[in-house]
Design a protein. Structure first.
Length: 276
C-alpha cells in the first residue's frame, strides 16, 4: 500500500476540534442550529448509509463546522478596518497562504470587479467567498482543514463513541420506507445497516491507531508475541444498535473481549499506551 502524507500546519486546528467536540458532546441544536439542521437533514442521513467512505462522516461534520467558523470570522470583520488599512489581509487569505492553496487574492478580485476600497461593503466579502467557492479553492481549503482536524479527533476513542452514538440516535428516527431504493439496499430487514466486509485501509488505520493492542485488556495483537493473535475489528456502536459502517466506528479488540462486549449499546476504552 502506498504511503499517504498530509501537510499539517495546525493553524487554529485545536480551536476547530474544540468546536467539533462541543457540537458532539452538547448535542444542543440551539447552539449550532444551522450546522445541526444541515448535518442531520434527510439528504445527509442518506449519505451515512454507504459503507466506509474515505471522507468519513467525521470529515463531513468537521467541514460544516469549519465553514461556519470561517464565515463567522468574515461577519465579525469590520469593513472600516479594511478601508482604513488597505494593506491588511483577510484572515481567510492568511489561511489560504498558510496551506499554500492557490486562490484569487482579495485585492485582485476587487480590482477586477471595479470596486474601490473606499466603496467596500460587507456584501462584497461574501461575494468574494462565492468566487472562491466557484473556483474550487474554498472547497479545497475546507477539505484540508477537515482532514487536519480528523487527524487529532480520530485518536480520541471516547469522542468517537459519542459521535457514533449521536449518529445512531439520529438514524433510529429515520423512516426506512422514505429512503430511496438504493439507500434501502444498505439496510437489513430489521431496519439496521447490513454488515459488510471491513476494507483493508480501515483495518490498517484502526490497527495502528490502537497500537496493535486490544483496547480493553491491552493484549498484544501484532503477532509479535503470539503467532496467532485473535484480533477483531469491532463496531464501537454495534450495527444492531444503529451504528454505522464508518472508520470512526471501528476499534481493535481481542476475541475474548469482543465476545464479552457483544451487541451492547456501545463501549470503548479511555486507556491509551503511553509514548514513553
Amino acid at each position: 500500500m502506498k504511503r499517504r502524507f498530509a501537510n499539517m500546519k495546525f493553524f487554529d486546528t485545536y480551536l476547530i476540534t474544540a468546536n467539533v467536540h462541543d457540537f458532539v458532546s452538547l448535542n444542543d441544536p440551539d447552539s449550532y442550529s444551522n450546522i445541526f439542521d444541515t448535518f442531520w437533514d434527510d439528504e445527509a442521513i442518506a449519505r451515512f448509509l454507504p459503507p466506509f467512505p474515505r471522507f468519513s462522516r467525521l470529515h463531513e461534520l468537521n467541514k460544516l463546522i469549519i465553514d461556519g467558523m470561517l464565515l463567522e470570522r468574515l461577519d465579525d470583520l469590520t469593513v472600516d478596518s479594511l478601508v482604513n488599512h488597505p494593506d491588511e489581509h483577510l484572515w481567510l487569505e492568511e489561511v489560504f497562504e498558510r496551506y499554500q492553496i492557490s486562490h484569487k487574492p482579495f485585492d485582485k478580485w476587487l480590482s477586477e470587479s471595479g470596486i474601490p476600497i473606499s466603496d467596500l461593503e460587507e456584501e462584497h466579502l461574501h461575494e468574494y467567498v462565492n468566487i472562491l467557492t466557484n473556483e474550487g479553492s474554498y472547497e479545497e481549503l475546507l477539505k484540508v482543514l477537515s482532514t487536519e482536524a480528523f487527524f487529532l479527533l480520530f485518536l480520541n476513542r471516547g469522542f468517537l463513541h459519542k459521535f457514533n452514538q449521536l449518529m445512531a440516535n439520529q438514524l433510529a428516527s429515520t423512516e426506512v420506507a422514505c429512503l430511496s431504493p438504493e439507500n434501502q439496499s444498505y439496510m437489513s430487514k430489521d431496519g439496521v445497516l447490513r454488515r459488510v466486509s471491513i476494507p483493508k485501509w480501515v483495518r490498517r488505520a484502526v490497527f495502528f491507531r490502537d497500537r496493535g493492542l486490544c483496547v480493553f485488556c491491552h493484549c498484544d495483537l501484532t503477532g509479535t508475541v503470539s503467532t496467532m493473535p485473535d484480533k477483531n475489528f469491532d463496531h464501537i456502536v454495534a450495527l444492531a444498535n444503529g451504528g454505522v459502517n464508518d472508520v470512526t466506528n471501528i476499534q481493535l479488540v481481542c476475541g475474548n473481549c469482543n465476545r464479552v462486549k457483544g451487541a451492547c449499546s456501545g463501549r470503548t476504552s479511555d486507556e491509551y499506551e503511553q509514548w514513553y
